[in-house]
Design a protein around this ligand. Structure first.
Ligand SMILES: Cc1cc2nc3c(=O)[nH]c(=O)nc-3n(C[C@H](O)[C@H](O)[C@H](O)COP(=O)(O)OP(=O)(O)OC[C@H]3O[C@@H](n4cnc5c(N)ncnc54)[C@H](O)[C@@H]3O)c2cc1C
Length: 306
């Protein structure tokens, strides 16, 4: 009996076209694909081991992938892997590295001289601290203030670099000379991750609440890399994860009342959850209520309490 089944290696021509190409991010960062394994086809192939061969038509492959994403049957997505080369400011990298389910190798500023590039902020890019969200920003500074902030940024980065160079030229060990480099200094890393964990990263980092800088990288990975690499998965991920809305028990209870035209009952329910406390004629800050209001806005539904 012949137990040898010849398999063809999977290639994705659209992704091959950008293999090694530096996709720019921020003023001096980039992401490039170094290597990859698998494609939409590999996800289907792995899923069929559990579901049996079944049908093999393209439309059915799409249906299967969409089913897997909807039902969080995630392991088939771990069959695909991608290796990226990143150039990213250290403060962004600090957020990135919290994603533990990847393999990482970072440029060593102990071994080599730190990369002579810093993330620079244009005059019109300085964000104002948000009032309601301690972790966020809202709006931009006027250009006259932005000009000043950008000049001072430049002074600081140049000064820090000058002192770093001075230490190196005096023979201070690189591992110590680097200690005062600003977090805007770029670092580089190889980052290898499977598609399941990459989608988790994208879900968290493409989201509005993620900081602009890491979101910029996540958008490039999603829209310029994963979209080419696994287009069916990307479409399903957009439909069922990125652009979907989920509702808690409380939100469902209020929605039911809104839809049956019982506005006062909707208000009473929200109030019973403690969402509508009033101080000085204004609602106090309640994050659950505010998040629900965002969802109502997306759906074009008026808030019953306004
Ligand atoms: C908007 C935003 C704000 C944030 N603010 C802060 C902050 O203020 N302070 C802060 O410290 N962090 C903050 N984080 C980081 C956040 O708490 C997570 O550490 C980060 O997003 C990585 O998520 P993760 O653990 O799900 O991802 P990964 O590390 O990639 O893990 C993926 C999944 O694997 C599983 N997993 C991995 N390791 C373990 C483990 N050891 N035990 C159990 N399960 C595991 C979990 O299910 C996890 O979701 C923030 C993140 C975001 C997106």
């Amino acid at each position: 009996m012949n137990n040898f089944e010849k398999l063809d290696r999977i290639f994705v021509p659209q992704l091959d076209e950008i293999l090694g190409v530096k996709l720019p991010v921020l003023n001096d960062g980039f992401i490039r694909v170094v290597d990859y394994m698998g494609s939409d086809e590999s996800i289907v192939q792995a899923a069929r081991v559990s579901y049996g061969k079944g049908t093999k038509k393209m439309s059915e492959d799409r249906g299967l992938i969409r089913y897997l994403i909807r039902h969080q049957h995630t392991t088939p997505f771990e069959m695909c892997e991608i290796k990226l080369h990143l150039r990213v400011p250290m403060d962004t990298w600090r957020q990135w590295i919290r994603h533990r389910t990847a393999n990482v190798n970072e440029y060593s500023t102990r071994y080599s001289i730190a990369i002579d590039a810093s993330q620079k902020t244009k005059s019109n890019e300085w964000r104002i601290q948000a009032k309601d969200n301690k972790q966020g920003s809202e709006g931009f500074f006027p250009i006259e203030i932005g000009d000043k902030l950008t000049d001072r940024e430049s002074d600081l980065q140049n000064f820090a670099r000058e002192i770093y160079q001075e230490r190196l030229s005096l023979g201070v060990a690189r591992e110590q000379a680097r200690k005062d480099l600003p977090l805007s200094t770029y670092t580089e890393a190889y980052w290898k991750v499977d598609l399941h964990n990459l989608l988790h990263f994208l879900k968290l980092r493409m989201e509005n609440h993620a900081q602009f800088e890491i979101r910029s990288y996540a958008n490039v990975i999603g829209n310029e890399i994963v979209k080419k690499w696994c287009p069916i998965t990307w479409e399903a991920f957009n439909d069922y994860v990125l652009n979907s809305l989920t509702f808690s028990y409380q939100e469902n209870e209020i929605l039911k009342k809104i839809y049956s035209g019982k506005k006062q009952e909707a208000i009473d329910i929200a109030d019973s959850f403690g969402w509508l406390k009033i101080v000085d004629t204004r609602f106090t800050k309640n994050i659950e209520r505010m998040e629900f209001e965002e969802k109502l806005d997306k759906l074009g539904i008026d808030k019953p309490w306004e």
